[in-house]
Each structure stands twice: as C-alpha cells, then as structure tokens.
Ligand binder design. Structure first.
Ligand code: ADP
Ligand code: MG
Length: 288
C-alpha cells in the first residue's frame, strides 16, 4: 500500500510541476547533496536565435551553408534545429528535401541533401574527428556554435544565442543555501558554459561533453560520496539519468529521457527541484 503521506505529497507535487515516477527516489530526494544540470532548456530557455553564419569552404556561399543546414534541421526537434529552421525563412530560397535523416545522439544530425552528405554537429564531434577549427569562429561573446560538415569536410558554421531562464538564478541561490553543490554538464562549448556558470554562480561545469561522459561525471561525483541528482532532456541523457541517485527529466524533453527518469519536471523550471527536495524532507519527517 502507498503510505498516505506519500500519496498526498505526490498529489501536491503534481500541482507544483513535479511528476513522480519513482516513489523511492522521491523519498530519497531529501538526501541530494549535488545537482548536475544540463544547460539547454533547463538553466536556459532553449530558445535559440541565429546570430552569425559563415562558409569556411570556397565552394559554398554563407547563405548556401545556412540553406543546407536548414534543410537538414527541418527534420530535427532539437532547440538548435528550431532556431536554424526559423532563420532559413529569411533566405526566401527553396529548401531542398533531406533524405536518410539520422540523429547522431548528443552530437548532431546528418542526411543526404542534393547528393551531398551534410552534417550539423557539436564542437565535441569535431574534437572526436580531429577536425581543426580556424580562429575567429568563436566571437567575442559567448555563443553556441554548430558546425556544418559536407562530404566529411568542415564547410561552415552557424552561431546561435540562447538566454538564461529568469528563474534559474534564484533557484541556484537556494540550492547553495541548502548546501547543495550545483554543477552543469553540457555539449555546448566552453565559452558558453563559462558564461552561464559565471552568471548563475555555479560550483563548476563540464563543457563539450559527449553522451557517454555524462554517466562518468555522475559516477565520479558518487565516488566522492555525493548523492547525485541529474537533469536531462535528450535520448543521450538517459544513461546518466539512470546512473544518478535521482534522475530528473525536463518536461520539454524526449520520451526516452522521461521513461528513464524518476521525476519529471513538468515546466522545466529549476525552482521546482527545490520544491522536490523540500517535499521529500517534509514527507520523510511525517513518516518517522
Ligand atoms: P545540451 O548539453 O546543451 O543539452 P545536447 O546534449 O542536446 O545539448 O546536444 C549536445 C550538442 O550536440 C549540442 O550542444 C549541439 O552542439 C549538438 N546537437 C545536437 N542536436 C543537434 C541538432 N539537431 N543540430 C545541431 N547541433 C546539434
Ligand atoms: Mg540536452
């Protein structure tokens, strides 16, 4: 039988933007000593606008790079894809159809477009393939940059900007007041990660993280004796959510992340995690 206090707390949680899929994890949430956030869509709004785009190959104009990337991103639901898809409307060009679309988990997307192999990928993917980027790709401000690869050659890049969620700052302050370490793990580049981390006063960050590394980050913190909660939204986050003591999927994310998570953050609001921890504590105190 479900203890009455837990049943009531669960109902209250639903009103507070929390969906509890695993009651044990909910009760354990009072023990959370470290939180690892993913960045996009949780600490930030996940609402990207294209700020710059450029060809790095003589064969293609800047607009051609955007057009091909846009054709590819029409098949993706990633917040970066949504930002690029919005931007291609400015080109007023015919957008070709992408064939054999494939998501490269946690790294980007690829397809065949007009007989070309087109990929749009993360900085981590380039590092993996030892593809060097020229100076000036990263501007003076912290921007998210994705790279366009055509027939295995680096052909251009697209820079985008996102915004920090207004609720994030206060949430982080509360966590720190409650002696909870707050970290961020993101696939995005170091400059963006540092800007977000500095702005929010995080205890640290991991940038250019590849999917398998998220699990390692959780394990490492657990080995140091931390009771770890992790948030995630993507397919690539599922293994880390499973490894964490409390796995939290954000509501705007994919079904696979949600199916692996213990808790779903319906409004993707980091403040609701504080409610989770306080509820977990209150529920526990009523049970003993
Ligand atoms: P985050 O850690 O910011 O939540 P994800 O794990 O969702 O990011 O993705 C990791 C990285 O992979 C992104 O920062 C981006 O560089 C790249 N990426 C993933 N999907 C796409 C896409 N559809 N288009 C372009 N880049 C993508
Ligand atoms: Mg993500």
């Amino acid at each position: 039988a479900i203890p009455l206090v837990v049943a009531i707390s669960t109902a209250i949680s639903a009103q507070k933007g929390l969906l509890i899929r695993n009651r044990t994890a909910f009760e354990n949430s009072r023990k959370i000593s470290a939180l690892i956030f993913d960045k996009t869509g949780t600490l930030t709004k996940g609402d990207f606008g294209v700020t710059r785009y450029k060809s790095l190959a003589e064969k293609y104009s800047d607009d051609e790079i955007l057009r091909l990337a846009g054709a590819l991103e029409q098949s993706s639901e990633h917040p970066i894809a949504v930002g690029i898809t919005k931007k291609i409307k400015d080109l007023k060009a015919d957008i070709p159809k992408a064939e054999n679309f494939n998501a490269i988990t946690g790294k980007g997307v690829e397809a065949r477009i007009e007989g070309l192999d087109v990929k749009v990928v993360s900085p981590g993917y380039l590092k993996d393939k030892s593809l060097k980027i020229s100076k000036g790709v990263y501007g003076s401000v912290a921007e998210t940059v994705v790279f366009v690869i055509i027939n295995e050659q680096l052909a251009g890049y697209i820079a985008l900007a996102d915004e920090i969620r207004p609720e994030s700052k206060e949430a982080i302050r509360h966590f720190k007041e409650n002696n909870i370490k707050v970290m961020m793990a993101t696939g995005d580049n170091k400059a963006v990660a540092k800007a977000v981390s500095d702005e929010l006063g995080l205890d640290g960050f991991y940038a250019e993280v590849l999917p398998h590394q998220k699990v390692e980050i959780v394990k490492e913190m657990q080995d140091k004796g931390e009771f770890v909660a992790m948030t995630g939204d993507g397919v690539n986050d599922a293994p880390a959510l499973a490894q964490a003591n409390v796995g939290i999927a954000v509501g705007s994310g994919t079904d696979i992340a949600a199916e692996t998570a213990d808790i779903i953050l319906v409004n993707s609001n980091p403040q609701d995690i504080l409610n989770l921890i306080l509820f977990g504590k209150a529920t526990y105190n009523k049970m003993i």
